[in-house]
Unconditional design. Structure first.
Length: 147
């Protein structure tokens, strides 16, 4: 797909994996080769909150695809069990930043009908202008669009 995309195209990559096991960082890295690409990603907070402590077991390795090297980094930080999901998310953000992206300030948490967290809608780009647009869309009265 990347090879077939015209080099001067403006591209929005929308990633909506069922869970973190299918949010392969390698896919983000490959798509990031496009110079003018922005991303909108459904980051599964439900999967992260339910399974982060179990994924510390190296034999499981489901989250390794989403954030290569996360166990080593988080092991160094030694977060509590309650802090583990946030530490994982913060590490994933640093991996994406390492590809030259910056994030919008607004990362709406989408919840179920009974208010359980499902996913965080994360928008990132290499340019400030798309992030500013996203911040305007994702805050204030527009926030209802995500619930």
């Amino acid at each position: 797909m990347v090879a077939e995309t015209p080099t001067r195209s403006l591209v929005l990559a929308y990633l909506d994996p069922y869970n973190l096991e299918f949010l392969a960082f390698e896919i983000i890295r490959v798509i990031a080769a496009l110079k003018k690409v922005d991303f909108a990603v459904h980051f599964s907070t439900m999967d992260l909150q339910r399974n982060a402590d179990m994924e510390l077991d190296e034999t499981r390795a489901r989250f390794d695809v989403a954030a290569p090297g996360w166990r080593e980094e988080i092991g160094r930080l030694r977060p509590s069990k309650a802090q583990l999901p946030q530490a994982f998310f913060a590490y994933w953000l640093t991996l994406v930043k390492g590809l030259g992206f910056s994030f919008s300030r607004e990362m709406p948490l989408v919840t179920s009908d009974d208010n359980a967290p499902l996913y965080r809608l994360v928008f990132f780009s290499r340019d400030k202008f798309p992030n500013k647009i996203w911040d305007d869309v994702a805050k204030g009265p527009n926030r209802d669009l995500f619930n």
